[in-house]
Design a protein around this ligand. Structure first.
Ligand code: C5P
Length: 304
């Protein structure tokens, strides 16, 4: 049996501009992704037969989040390995063991990242030798965020988010992540966006955000963090407004809802501010966990 462990990073959208709904049911996006140190771990082990199995271990804080992770063929990591073996024309099986740390249904692409990691791990244990670009084509079929999770670092996503180009970015940034006790479904947040914003402008990335990343200007980055899905997430979860306020009052440079939410992410001016912010957010409404993390981090990578 061959076995490999792959790190699957979380992502945040430093800027998320949402445009019109397309005929295929997706919205045209322009987004700046950043991968974070916060990560799940996916162990991929070869099998002697053609079965694909998945087990999930989660550090549950409140409620049973693991229940929200499908354990059968609907699991995105299972779909990823099924897609890869069909494309490679093989019938080999694998066991996937996912250790979840990224909030489930939290707007940080945990499921998408597990799928990216499963592609990297299965490619390795099956000895296929596909390069990252070939895997990225399959990744796009699995979900809009999956190609970026292979790529990692900082990247611009266009199309429905799946077309990735690298971004010139210097230095690292500290973040505090406030995890909500109950997840939000991405389609329902986009549907609320459509209700609130029936005729959105074409999506665009603020040049100031790109300049802040180029110059490692943390304060400027904080001023230009933006998420067009935030109003929709706040409309579905009004208490998140209070969470954002608590974080900013406790010293964060800025706070935004991550992707489709409900996780909120706060940019730190200095890692020394983390303790105060963590204590304040623990008392925030509906907050199940508070995590200190950094970015950018690598995309899905083999660690052993
Ligand atoms: O691509 P992914 O499977 O992550 O998308 C989940 C859902 O989020 C889609 O079914 C769609 O409702 C919504 N979505 C969207 N526009 C995008 C990305 C996602 O409307 N660009």
């Amino acid at each position: 049996m061959t076995s490999t462990v792959v790190r699957a990073p979380a992502k945040i959208n430093l800027g998320l501009s949402v445009g019109p709904l397309r005929d295929d049911g997706f919205h045209e996006l322009a987004t700046v992704y950043m991968a974070l140190d916060l990560h799940d771990t996916v162990r991929v082990s070869s099998r002697d037969d053609d079965q694909v199995t998945v087990t999930v271990q989660a550090d549950v804080q409140e409620g049973d989040e693991a229940v929200a992770v499908p354990l059968g063929p609907d699991n995105l990591a299972v779909r990823a390995v099924e897609l890869l073996r069909t494309a490679a024309g093989i019938t080999d099986g694998v066991d996937l063991a996912i250790r979840k740390v990224i909030p489930v249904a939290g707007g940080m692409a945990g499921g998408s990242s597990d799928a990216a990691a499963a592609l990297v791990g299965a490619n390795h244990v099956w000895g296929l030798g596909w390069d990252r670009e070939a895997l990225a084509d399959l990744a796009a079929e699995l979900g809009s965020d999956v190609p970026f999770l292979l790529h990692g670092g900082v990247g611009i996503g266009t199309g429905r988010g799946e077309k990735i180009s690298p971004v010139l970015s210097r230095g690292r940034y500290g973040f505090i992540v406030a995890v909500a006790s109950e997840g939000l479904s991405t389609p329902s947040v986009y549907a609320e966006f459509d209700r609130l914003e029936p005729e959105p402008e074409p999506p665009r990335i603020a040049p100031e955000l790109m300049a802040a990343l180029r110059g490692h200007d943390t304060e400027r980055l904080g001023e230009h963090l933006a998420n067009d899905l935030e109003a929709a997430a706040l409309s579905l979860r009004p208490e998140l407004d209070r969470v954002l306020q608590i974080g900013v009052d406790a010293g964060a440079l800025a706070g935004i809802v991550s992707g489709s939410g409900p996780t909120c992410v706060f940019l730190l001016e200095d890692d020394g501010d983390a303790a105060l912010l963590t204590t304040a957010l623990w008392a925030a409404p509906g907050c199940a966990d508070v995590i200190h993390t950094h970015g950018p981090a690598a995309g899905a990578r083999i660690v052993s």
